[in-house]
Every structure is written in C-alpha cells, then in structure tokens.
Ligand binder design. Structure first.
Ligand SMILES: NC(=O)C1=CN([C@@H]2O[C@H](COP(=O)(O)OP(=O)(O)OC[C@H]3O[C@@H](n4cnc5c(N)ncnc54)[C@H](OP(=O)(O)O)[C@@H]3O)[C@@H](O)[C@H]2O)C=CC1
Ligand SMILES: O=C(O)[C@H](O)COP(=O)(O)O
Length: 405
C-alpha cells in the first residue's frame, strides 16, 4: 500500500473530495495500522491459557482446560464513505490476522479507492478468495448464513443491521454528536484551535468531529471570537488544491446540513460567519447562541457547521451531552486535572479527550460508542479479540495432575 499510496490517495480525492494531503495520510495510516495489527496479532493470538480444575471449590485435580482462540469464519466488513480505505483496513487486518476470511462491502463513494487497496492485497500475495469484495447490500450480505461477524462503520443503517443480525458478533461504530465542553479556566487559544481542527477537518465529515461547543458564559464571547477568527482563515474549494473545506459527499447531504442551519436561523441562532453554499460546497459556518430547541443542538450535520451553545454551568453541559442518544466521544478543556477527570467520569460517552479534540487515533487506542453510537470496541487489540471465538478443550485425566496453569 505504501508503494501504491498515490493512486489510492488520488481516488480518495476524486471520489470523496478528501483534501490531497489527508488522502495520502489515510493510506499511510492504513499501512501502519496493518503493520501494527500483524505485530500485535502475532503476540496476542499466539498465547492461550491452561486452567486447572482444583482452583474451583469442590473440584479435584483431574481436569486441565486448554483455552484457545479460533477464527470466527467470514467477517463482513462495511466501511463508510469518509474513510473508505482506513476503516476497511481497520476491519480487514484484524480479521485476517485472526484467521478469518473477509467480505468487504465498500461504500459506493469510495469503491475505487477500496478496489485499489484490494489490488495491493492481491499483489502482496494473499491467497485468492481470502479477501473478497462485493457490492450486494441490504439483507443479502448482512443476513447471509456464512457471515459470522459484522464489522460496520456508518450511520443509523447500523442500528437496523444490528436489530436483524441474529447470532453473530457485531462491531458497530455509528454516528456521534461529539461535544466540546469549555470551562472558565480553559486555555482558550488551545480550545479554539482544537474546535477549528476538530470541527472543520474533512469539512466536518468525521464521526469524531466537534459537533457542539458547550461553553460557560463567562468565557463564551472570548472563545467565539477566537474560533471565528480561525474560521475566517479556512480555505475553501477543490480537494486537489489541498484546501481546508471541500464539497460534502452529496447534494442530499448538503440539503440536510442546510436544513439544520435554516432551522437554527429560524429559531434565533447568531451567525458568526455568513452561510454560503454552491452545489454541495458549503462554506465553514459558525453558529452562536444555539439553544436546545434547535435541531442542530442534537443532530449531527456531518458537514462544516459548528454550533456554539452557551451554558450557565458545566453541569448543564454534561446533562446536555448525556441526554443525547449519540454518545461516541466528547472533549473537555480545563487547566484543572481533578476537574477534568470529574467531568470525564460524568460524561457518558465512549471516549473523553482532555484538552484535545475528539479523535479515533492513535489506532491502537480502544474506540467505541455508547448507546446509539455503537456496539463493541475497536482499536487494534480489541478488534483482534472480537474476531476470534474462545474454545475450551478439557482433558479429563485418569490421575490427578499437579500441573499449574
Ligand atoms: N462511528 C464512526 O466511526 C463513524 C460513523 N459514521 C457515521 O456514518 C454516517 C455517514 O456515513 P455513510 O457512509 O453515509 O453511512 P451509511 O450508514 O449510509 O453507510 C455506511 C456503509 O453501509 C453501507 N450500507 C448502506 N445500507 C446498507 C445496508 N442496508 N446493508 C449493508 N450495508 C449498507 C454503505 O454502502 P453504500 O455507500 O453503498 O450506501 C456504506 O458502505 C454518519 O452518520 C456518521 O456519523 C461515519 C464514519 C465513522
Ligand atoms: O470514521 C470516522 O469518522 C472516524 O472513525 C474518525 O476517525 P478520525 O478521528 O481519525 O478522523
């Protein structure tokens, strides 16, 4: 993949309008992820367990239990459009390392990049038929009797798939409404910089994008001014030119984003930057004085729009965060580590970042969503662990054994 990084990255630029440098980064990150998974898998999957029976009350010493890990069978990998390569690799690598075969259902937008990646697997000498790419969606793949695990990243479709899936292990990474809580003692320059990067990179089309800023009133004016100054400097246009803001994935996505923006306008939000759209290119939009009555206080735009809601207290911010069914990540900015941990404990989200924007990486960190944001946990080690089943082989001896586990 490293040798063929440029054509794969070029496909990402053309298919999903990812800026050129980020596209190349996605490919390199994926190659690194595969390397790491191979190393981690060699160790994590290379050791089992031996249990002896007399550790349990009332048992004698005549049973030894060999606990091993066996492949599940066929892993169905379904990545979304925003990381067609990386979120395919993060499913494929652990599945293969754990001894499974894989069916990859690439996103329709991102399929060419996915096909290029598959070419790399073929060129690397993977046995034919071990990794397959298919485009049939709906019930055919997700309910296929030979599929023994579904690893899915995407939107609400994942909830429907999970409800119907039956007896197969699921790894679901779904939407997010990642909040950014800014306390009165926060480093406002750091918070503003993180909101800018977290909210607008890849035009906000990341499940980990900052999707709502909850700032206490004392510092709200200062923070809003700093973020607005940064937004004014963002460049907008063609992904080939490596600008900050590029067209969102589709016209229908742009229509949805516009619906959220117009709802906020009608309900009194203050626009710190003018709203502008040409086709599916939306200029970065910063909204202030957002209220809980507005849809954008709850729904994820998946576009370059960051809403700011001013709160009376951090408790109010945490309550808003926890009232949303989307619970992927969140972040908190404060200089007080005790306060940061208390807020993190109170936030019911899969990950809380302290003094940085939400992010999935580094890719070996566990990554999971609570409630409607997911089932199971990703991250290299967790993915390896979920893509095997545990098998016990119990040796019943005719004499007691003094072996220890
Ligand atoms: N938590 C996370 O890690 C992430 C979450 N997301 C969330 O995903 C959404 C946007 O991504 P998007 O790609 O549009 O999400 P979708 O849920 O629309 O699609 C995700 C994948 O599922 C496929 N798919 C669609 N319908 C079915 C079906 N019935 N059976 C099987 N597969 C199906 C899609 O294929 P096709 O393209 O052909 O429709 C695509 O490959 C946002 O809500 C975002 O928050 C996105 C990225 C990461
Ligand atoms: O699919 C997504 O949007 C992610 O899993 C986010 O990954 P990132 O934090 O590395 O952008």
């Amino acid at each position: 993949m490293r040798q063929h990084a440029q054509p794969i990255a070029d496909s990402l630029v053309r298919e999903v309008a990812k800026p050129a440098k980020q596209s190349l980064d996605e490919v390199v990150r994926s190659a690194d992820l595969i390397d790491y998974t191979a190393e981690e898998g060699a160790r994590a999957l290379g050791a089992g367990e031996l249990l002896t029976s007399d550790s349990f009350p009332g048992q004698t010493r005549n049973k030894l239990c060999l606990v091993s890990k066996v492949p599940l069978g066929v892993v169905l990998a379904i990545p979304p459009f925003n990381y067609p390569v990386n979120l395919a690799a993060s499913k494929l690598a652990p599945a293969l390392m754990a001894g499974n075969a894989v069916v990859l259902k690439p996103p329709s937008q991102g399929v060419v990049a996915g096909a290029h990646m598959m070419q790399c697997f073929a060129k690397a000498g993977l046995p034919k038929g071990l990794v397959n790419m298919g485009s049939e969606i709906g019930d055919y793949l997700t309910l296929h009797p030979l599929v023994s695990c579904i690893s899915f990243t995407g939107g609400d479709t994942g909830i429907a798939i999970a409800r119907r899936a039956g007896m197969v292990p699921l790894q679901m990474e779904l939407g997010g409404k990642d909040v950014c809580i800014v306390c009165s003692d926060a480093d406002l320059d750091l918070a503003a910089k993180s909101i800018l990067k977290g909210g607008f990179s890849f035009s906000g089309q990341r499940c980990t994008a900052v999707k709502l800023v909850l700032v206490v009133k004392e510092v709200a004016d200062a923070l809003a001014a700093k973020v607005a100054a940064g937004v004014a400097k963002l460049t907008v246009g063609d992904p080939k030119d490596d600008v900050d803001i590029t067209p969102v994935i589709s016209d229908s996505s742009a229509d949805f984003i516009e619906g959220l923006v117009e709802d906020a306008r009608a309900k009194g939000a203050k626009f710190l930057t003018p709203y502008r759209r040409e086709g599916n290119l939306i200029w970065p939009t910063l909204l202030d004085h957002v209220t809980p009555e507005m849809r954008i206080a709850w729904e994820e735009p998946f576009g370059p729009v960051v809403p700011i809601m001013r709160v009376d207290s951090v408790d109010q911010a945490v309550a808003h965060c926890n009232a949303n069914n989307l619970a992927l990540q969140g972040c908190v900015f404060t200089r007080d580590v005790n306060r940061a941990i208390a807020i993190s404990d109170a936030m019911e989200t899969g990950t809380v970042q302290i003094n940085a924007a939400p992010a999935r990486g580094p890719d070996h960190f566990p990554f999971q969503g609570f409630r409607d944001s997911g089932i199971g946990s990703q991250g290299i080690r967790n993915s390896l662990a979920m893509m095997v089943k545990i098998k016990s082989t119990v040796i019943n001896l005719d004499k007691d054994s003094y072996a220890r586990g």
